[in-house]
Design a protein around this ligand. Structure first.
Ligand SMILES: Cc1ncc(C[n+]2csc(CCOP(=O)(O)OP(=O)(O)O)c2C)c(N)n1
Ligand SMILES: [Mg+2]
Length: 685
């Protein structure tokens, strides 16, 4: 068999595995894998430097399937290339990532061939996709990371990082705003290591794209500053290979390849119809289609002789050689640049460098205090100097978020200065979230920042940070009504509740400058969880820690900050963030009046909920039913800490436009109200 015929057989194997898997599952998307099998085949077997024996080798090319509904493409290719499984400790498990059995059990419980590509669940998946647009947007973060890595670690004669990022997307991805934000950003940054391939099939679920998507997409990408290529026939692997070659030679701008394709290619009755998108072909049509491919009609999940070998001789051999020479080079690099080599090792394992927390500030007691955002800015500037691969920025609010790294040499990340640690995301919050994910997937420690209110604009990406278990960091300032005059459009109400609802996301709202320090100390040590820091705009008194408990309690999510003399409180005040000092004021007044109150600072529900019951009961003794929670946010969910008998002083409406003091009065965030609530609870009013 010639190489071409073998290639055709390999392509048809991807197609028929996809068809059979969708048919067996009675759900899924056969049409796009049928159309894009030649593309995926070409990228993997002819272009990518990826070693199936080691799918986490640092300098591998990345492949992102942004149209995640076509996941069977990925399961087929991972299977046929015999990509190995790796566990969370980065150990090679010695068995395939996706077995034929997994594919037979496509979309079934525990199969390594789930409905959509899932990072962390299936080795070889570089990012979770399914929410359209996220994959391509994330790929921009990957491309930024690669530029940064090359800038820091490549040395004369030692090209340690030169990989490329290939991302495949459909019409849906390109209709989504997040992709436009990300494409604009990538064009601005001239990310020439990034190639998007658009499956231009004119079909989405509701029909032909002429009902909804008629702009000149190619012109749009040209105007973003991308190099735009077109391959008029998705079955022409040589043309595809040629275009990918042009991409690799293109410098100074990313590449966008328009690939004209036919959804459901080969299916006599389904090709070019939306029906090919989301339904199994049905047994009869499966047979007809296999006949078109010259495939045995009744064979199922067939991998013909020679197909595995064909991939082994292509991507297998090329990947092994690339990884082999890289590994050799890295050994020499380690001898010459031991410190840099150690950094690369640590980064890969998500470890922190020695001394990562040295020089972290400690704030003296001060009744005027420090704004959460200011404390954060100081901490970030220390951490970024200790941790070379910590980098990030804001969505055009750096001066307000205080995220700018201002120390000598921090620099700004731009096309000509890829070593800069200050990212300017522009006013693109959603893409920022995806880019932070891309940085994290590339093992950098990335952060993004904006006003807390606009976390909504990034929420789908934050959700994916959590789903992928990435240690992404989100720094959100102006976390309540602190920017009073800006009014309700800028005052978060439901945001804490909504982020606390995301499984695995650590949400922290520190109550003074030292709690900010401890929050960062906690967050930096996370390896598999993203974190949101909700920080105040306005100064918060820095508590006297000789009088009150140390801020190190933040690491437990909640801790007893102040207590009734000798313990055994009659009432517990629970507060977070800017309401902590309010709780302390009320507490002092209550103590003066002989009421045995305790203040619990609770910067993070999530962390607290993970503490042993014994600890939780020591902070919130079950016997003490009189409890008041104070938080300038939606009251939703606080019942679980204050119980039926408790009170929640929070927000039940949107805010209003006025100076903060007046808002505090209007919405009842004053010590008097807390004291009154306590007395009422204790029957002393
Ligand atoms: C953000 C988001 N919205 C909606 C969907 C549901 N959805 C999945 S595929 C699809 C149509 C996608 O069309 P296209 O990208 O052209 O894919 P094709 O059918 O051509 O493979 C939609 C609406 C989704 N997965 N993500
Ligand atoms: Mg389409």
């Amino acid at each position: 068999m010639t190489n071409d015929t073998m290639g055709q057989l390999a392509v048809n194997t991807i197609r028929t595995l996809s068809i059979d898997a969708v048919q067996a599952a009675k759900s899924g998307h056969p049409g796009t894998p049928m159309a894009l099998a030649p593309l995926v085949y070409t990228i993997w077997n002819r272009a990518m430097n990826f070693d199936p024996q080691d799918p986490i080798w640092p300098n591998r090319d990345r492949f992102v399937l942004s149209n995640g509904h076509a996941s069977m493409l990925l399961w087929s290719i991972l299977h046929l290339t015999r990509t190995q499984a790796v566990d969370a400790d980065y150990e090679n498990l010695g068995h395939p990532s996706v077995s034929l059995d997994d594919i037979r059990r496509f979309r079934q419980l525990d199969s390594r061939a789930p409905g959509h590509p899932e990072y962390r669940w299936v080795s070889g998946v570089e990012t979770t996709t399914g929410p359209l647009g996220q994959g391509v947007a994330t790929s921009v973060g990957m491309a930024i990371a690669r530029k940064w890595l090359a800038n820091r670690y490549n040395k004369p004669g030692f090209t340690m990082f030169d990989y490329n990022i290939y991302a495949v997307c459909g019409d849906g991805c390109l209709m989504e705003g997040v992709a436009s934000e990300a494409a604009s950003f990538a064009g601005h940054l001239g990310l020439d290591n990034l190639c998007w391939i658009w499956d231009n099939n004119h079909i989405t679920i509701e029909g032909d794209t002429n009902i909804t998507f008629t702009e000149d997409v190619a012109a749009r990408f040209l105007s973003y500053g991308w190099n735009v290529l077109r391959v008029g026939d998705a079955n022409d692997v040589d043309r595809i290979e040629h275009a990918l070659g042009v991409f690799r030679k293109t410098t100074g701008r990313p590449t966008f390849i328009v690939l004209d394709s036919h959804i459901g290619y080969g299916s006599p009755n389904r090709q070019d119809t939306p029906a090919a998108h989301g339904e199994p072909l049905g047994p009869e049509e499966v047979k007809l289609t296999k006949r078109v491919y010259g495939w045995p009609e009744d064979a199922q999940f067939l991998v013909p002789d020679g197909v595995y070998d064909h991939f082994a001789a292509g991507i297998g051999r090329r990947g092994a050689a690339a990884r082999g020479s890289w590994t050799e080079l890295f050994a020499a690099y380690r001898a010459k640049y031991p410190e840099l080599a150690t950094e690369i090792d640590q980064m890969q394992r998500r470890e922190l460098p020695a001394g990562w927390d040295r020089n972290l500030p400690s704030f003296p007691a001060d009744s005027k205090g420090v704004a959460g955002r200011d404390a954060s800015g100081k901490v970030l500037n220390v951490l970024a100097q200790n941790i070379p691969w910590l980098l990030g920025g804001s969505a055009d609010l750096g001066p307000s978020n205080k995220t700018a790294l201002t120390y000598e040499g921090a620099g700004s990340f731009q096309a000509g200065t890829p070593g800069g640690k200050n990212l300017h995301y522009g006013i693109r919050e959603h893409a920022m979230g995806a880019v932070v994910n891309g940085l994290s997937l590339s093992k950098l420690r990335g952060y993004g920042s904006t006003f807390f209110i606009f976390s909504d604009y990034a929420r789908p990406a934050i959700r994916l940070s959590a789903l992928m278990e990435l240690p992404a960091i989100y720094v959100f300032t102006h976390e309540a009504m602190g920017d009073g005059e800006d009014g309700p459009t800028h005052q978060p109400v439901e945001h804490l509740a909504s982020l606390r609802a995301i499984p695995g996301l650590v949400t922290l709202r520190p109550g003074d400058a030292n709690e900010v320090v401890e929050a960062y100390r906690y967050v930096m040590q996370l390896r598999h969880e993203p974190a949101v820091l909700a920080l105040s705009r306005q100064p918060l008194p820095t508590l006297d820690r000789t009088k009150y408990a140390p801020a190190a309690g933040v690491a437990k999510g909640a801790y007893v900050l102040a207590d009734a003399p000798g313990g055994s409180p009659d009432v517990i005040l629970i507060a977070t963030g800017s309401e902590l000092c309010l709780a302390v004021d009320a507490h002092e007044q209550l103590i003066q009046e002989g009421i045995r109150s305790r203040v619990v600072s609770m910067p993070s529900w999530d962390i607290f909920d993970h503490q042993p019951r014994e600890y939780r009961d020591s902070v919130l003794p079950p016997g003490v039913k009189a409890r008041v929670a104070i938080e300038q946010a939606s009251t939703l969910g606080w019942e679980r800490y204050v119980g039926d008998g408790g009170r929640v002083i929070g927000m039940k409406t949107f805010g209003a436009s006025a100076p903060l003091k007046e808002l505090q009065k209007r919405f009842g965030f004053e010590p008097g109200r807390v004291v009154a609530a306590v007395k009422e609870l204790l029957g002393k009013s």
